[in-house]
Ligand binder design. Sequence first.
Ligand SMILES: [Zn+2]
Ligand SMILES: [Zn+2]
Length: 745
Amino acid sequence: MTTTALWDELLVGDELAHLGSEPAREARTAPLPDSLQPAVLDALARREIHELYAHQADAYAAAQSGGNVIVTTGTASGKTLAFNLPVLDALAADRHARALYLYPTKALAQDQARSLGDLGIPAVRAAIYDGDTPTERRRQIRGWANLVLTNPDMLHIGVMPRHDVWGDFLHNLRFVVVDEAHVYRGVFGSHVANVLRRLRRLARIYGTEPQFLLASATIANAGELALALTGEEAIVVEDDAAPRAERTVALWNPPLLDAELGLRASALGEASRLLAGLVGRGLRTICFAKSRKSAELIHRFASDRLDAATAARLAPYRAGYTPQQRREIERRLVEGDLLGVTSTDALELGIDIGDLDCAISVGFPGTVASLRQQWGRAGRREHGLAILIASEDALDQYFMREPPALLERHVEAAILDHANPRVLDGHVAAAAFEAPIDDGDAATLGPEALERAPHVPELRQTRRGWVWAGKDAPAPRVPLRSTSPDAFLVVDASSGDVLGLAERERAYSTVHEGAVYLHLGRQYLVRELDLQAQRALVEPFDGDWYTQAKKETETSIEEPLRVERRLGLELSFGRVSVTERVVAYQKKAAADGSTLDTVPLNLPPTTFDTEAVWFVPRPHQLEGLEAMPLLLSSLHAAEHSLIALLPLWAMCDRWDIGGLSTNLHLDTGAPTVFVYDGHAGGVGIAARGFDQFEGWVADTAELLAGCPCERGCPSCVQSPKCGNLNEYLDKAGALTLLTRMSNSG
Ligand SMILES: [Zn+2]
Ligand SMILES: [Zn+2]
């Protein structure tokens, strides 16, 4: 019996929305470059690497030519070696040369440091420099290491403001490696883009211009991302030459329990059934869930379906394990002692657990890049099986009906906007603290930085340029994951740990008193939101409900920036001001979404400026829908479904997007639909929607046309974050409007 047959008998029934296969691929190789240093060649020989994949050789050649490079090939295609080779080669050739590696998490930096150490090249002295590095070690690392691994936050707060003690390192900085570059998008990416521009400026002040080597999961716009992140062009290496085993791909849709309401069986139940079935056949399987609670439930349900001996070979895996516990689980998996692991996506970011037979993703993880990374665990060397089990979310259900949209198209782009003043101003201040800013700095910081300098309150213009006249260093006041400096801290009251930040404009709807807050897959209940101290106190929560805020939203148009005739109507992109007032929240049962309780809240309104795309349908497009409340319900349903599908075009979360629809807007004097960037200042999401409007509207009309429900459901027009709690939604009206728009194109 072949492996394939083992899972064949499981993958049957109406639940199977798609079954396909991605063919095996032969490796395309290239000889090791002659110019490599003997020490590097020795290290490769010890690891029995006698040739390269073609894309690794391409990346090496591109780096040798002096350019910046971004490598964007598949999971496990040897991206690491692609950027390591030019760096190791340079360090081996020149004992003065220095390299800086940036990782989004400490765990990833640790993994990379370990594998660099394993290479055993004597000239390479790698060290991690992050928040955990003891003070007494720091000075030693600065003097000794020629390859420093850190994260953007440490570079921003711990390194650049103290550049005088890093002078030697900066002077000799040859390469900056930015791994997992697709993670730097949205708010975080917009900040990191400024951090990298500041780094380029400091390097220039110390007399050098480092080359940037980036590696990213496959995305639609690798070259654009490299340029947006660094401010410089990069050579794109994307032709993946690594070998691949055949992979069977299954899309699995839990059965419809109530077609009229669009109610489906639980994805967790389906996941446990498949997991138990695969493990029961001796197949090593990893199952990814969106929250820790879900991962634990799948683990429990799957165990219940198996005999005790097999159930003992299942384990949950989660963030928060010590490195030793992680290694232990990884070892047991590799040795085949463990057969099944359920995990949150904490595992997703590149940590190696070797070769498994099957990977199950429970719910679309938000981006195709993440899904591919999860699926990349299955069948690296031998025929593997990858499964996506759909949740009731609109995007998941869209993929179940349109598998090519998921499996063939390559539409997601990682977007960011370093010039958002809410992001940029803090970095202009930080740059001025590091060294006076003059016109020459436009080349590295960008012309926008010079334009913002007069507006940053604590800068003074002097003969040396713009200098910092404030008291303390500004960088620590600029968190890299928020667009507002006055973000709220989310603190675990049981441990005192800071879990995260919530921007003020989102804090009232996400961490209000009584809210259930999700962090790294764990649930917390908000005990108290202290408006004065800007702090939310939370505690671990094990209940089986979630919360949804009810809010009143208003928008006013500040400045249209682009107005075009598109799809037969006037489409605008520009700056808007959004005012929100959270007035209540509902407790909803996790099992079926039913409302358990409605609790009023008394919170002040918040106002923020952001970017939006908006449109005013023409009278003929609204014909037959003019009566109230049908008009409002049709616009509102169209807004929701548009928001649900925008992440297909712009790599973001639906929680990053807001919307408003009204039968009469004061500024347009007409029925209007707004879709706005949920982060103050905007990070490029609405702009992407404007650019891709035709495709976006066509996809959305298709989503509505294909949903089997009668009058709207969570898989089409209902939204888990609707401020009106999903009242006034008309699916048919929205479909009529969007179809007419699409046909006008
Ligand atoms: Zn529906
Ligand atoms: Zn709504």
